[in-house]
Every structure is written in structure tokens, then in C-alpha cells.
Design a protein around this ligand. Structure first.
Ligand SMILES: *[C@@H]1O[C@H](CO)[C@@H](O)[C@H](O)[C@H]1NC(C)=O
Length: 269
């Protein structure tokens, strides 16, 4: 009873505050990757891992609650030390908008298994040591309704500091690319991803004109009918040969297949 009430309050709080960036993203139909408008995806974070005395960008992630970041399970290695940078745009500069926060707790999905990537469950939630200051450069993305399935061709955007092209350099500025959703019945065809793609995943892109941006753990951002931005996917895997191979869309963990696990973890810790 109390749990249900808390959950309703949590969701109500999100409904009024998530997915509405102060800076509008560029939603022109640019198919190749491009620099994002600075801070137009204010929930995008950089997950950084400690090597020696320094931290390096290793994965993307999404702020989904005042103290919660959603990323991929495969971004987390036991024993490594991580931190989260919010409000980032250009990695080569101190812009004054960055907020660097330590991680209090890491919860990897219990069924994630690095040896069975195609089984899915490639998710992790990171509880931040403290809540960032929410402002024009830091905000929360909305989580979708449980079980929501997007239509084939729905225009979503992948964002991240991932490579611009196969084996290319890492860009300094946050990149975005339009990646239309590929429905499961198409993505699971034998000449597409076949049995490697499960119904708990969502595919997008897979066209020679699609960008090759973003990186592991980062969001697939899709605008809802209410005009808010939802994190519908968490970047999980791409073709190992080239990043924009025909019939090999980028594969994401489908957030709407895990809403129960997500709210359970966020309530428990
Ligand atoms: C947001 O808050 C951070 C931390 O206090 C600050 O550095 C930044 O200037 C603020 N404003 C914007 C637009 O980022």
C-alpha cells in the first residue's frame, strides 16, 4: 500500500519534470551524425572509469531520477571505480556546466551475463552519491510506460560521444543521429539479427545512411505524444564489423520491458 503510494508519487513527480529540455534538440532529419545543440539532451551523462589517478570516458548513460543513472550492464566491471559527469557537452573544455558526482551504489541487472550478450538484460542502475543541481544543463529523461512498443520507423535519436565512423576517433562534442525504429518482426529476420535479438530489445537504424554515433549505455531518445522525451532504449550492441551495416541496426535494451525492475531498484535503495 505504502509502496504503491510512494511509486505513484515518484511517477507523478517525474511526469511533471522529465523529458523537457530547456534547449531544444535539433530534430531536423539529418541522417548522419552531427554535433548536438549544447545541453539539448540534459539527461545524457558520461560514465568515467578510474585508471591510475585519472578518469576516462567509458560509456554513456541517462539520468532517470534525481539520483539515478541508467546505463548498460556491460559498462560495469567488478572492482573498477566510476564517476558520472553531468552537464557535459565538449569534453575538451571546462565549460562551467559540468557536475562531477561519485557513485554510491551500482545495481547490475541480476540476469545480465557478459558471456550471453544476446540473452539481453544489459542494464545497470547507478545511484549517485548526491543529487545533481537540476538546471538548463542537467535534467531527467522520462521512462516509458511498461510494455510500450514503438511503431516501425518511429524517429528516435541516439546520442553520445561514441565514434563518428567505424574505428574513427572519439569526438569531443556530444553527437546525435536520427535512428528510426526497426520493429522486432523485421529486426529478428534471419538476414537481420535473427535469434540474437530478443523481444526485450529494441532495434533502430540499420540503414547505410544512418549515423554511427552514440556509445554503449547511452540513450535511444524518442519523443512521446505528450511532447516529452523518453529513454526507450539503452545502447547494448552493434555489428562488430562496421557500425552502420545494412540490416544490422543498433540493438538497445528496451526500457519498457524493465520498468518493474527499474522502479523496484529505485524504491529499494
Ligand atoms: C547549473 O548548475 C551547475 C552547478 O551548480 C553550474 O555550474 C551551472 O553553471 C548551472 N547552470 C547551467 C546553465 O548549467
Amino acid at each position: 500500500m505504502l509502496k504503491t503510494l510512494v511509486l505513484m508519487l515518484l511517477q507523478a513527480a517525474y511526469v511533471f519534470s522529465c523529458g523537457t529540455p530547456a534547449v531544444q534538440p535539433n530534430t531536423g532529419r539529418v541522417v548522419n551524425g552531427e554535433d548536438a545543440h549544447p545541453h539539448s539532451w540534459p539527461w545524457q551523462i558520461s560514465l568515467q572509469v578510474k585508471h591510475g589517478s585519472r578518469y576516462h570516458h567509458t560509456c554513456g548513460g541517462t539520468l532517470v531520477g534525481p539520483r539515478w543513472v541508467l546505463t548498460a550492464g556491460h559498462c560495469i566491471w567488478p572492482g573498477d571505480v566510476y564517476r558520472v559527469v553531468l552537464g557535459e557537452h565538449d569534453m575538451s573544455q571546462q565549460e562551467g556546466t559540468e557536475q562531477i558526482i561519485d557513485i554510491l551504489r551500482i545495481v547490475v541487472h541480476p540476469n545480465w551475463d557478459i558471456n550471453h550478450v544476446s540473452d539481453g538484460n544489459d542494464l545497470a542502475l547507478l545511484k549517485l552519491d548526491k543529487s545533481p543541481i537540476m538546471n538548463d544543463s542537467v535534467g531527467i529523461a522520462c521512462l516509458p510506460q511498461a510494455g510500450e512498443i514503438l511503431a516501425h520507423g518511429a524517429p528516435c535519436y541516439i546520442t553520445g560521444w561514441g565514434n563518428l565512423y567505424t574505428h574513427g576517433p572519439m569526438p569531443d562534442k556530444l553527437q546525435q543521429a536520427l535512428l528510426p525504429v526497426v520493429e522486432h518482426s523485421v529486426c529478428s529476420r534471419s538476414d537481420w539479427w535473427g535469434i540474437n535479438v530478443k523481444s526485450t530489445m529494441i532495434c533502430a537504424g540499420g540503414d547505410i545512411v544512418s549515423g554511427c554515433n552514440g556509445d554503449s549505455g547511452g540513450p535511444l531518445n524518442c519523443v512521446g505524444q505528450d511532447g516529452r522525451w523518453y529513454v526507450q532504449g539503452v545502447t547494448s550492441f552493434v555489428s562488430s564489423r562496421v557500425c552502420n551495416e545494412v540490416k544490422k541496426p543498433t540493438v538497445f535494451t528496451r526500457t519498457s520491458a524493465f520498468t518493474e525492475w527499474l522502479s523496484e531498484v529505485m524504491l529499494k535503495y
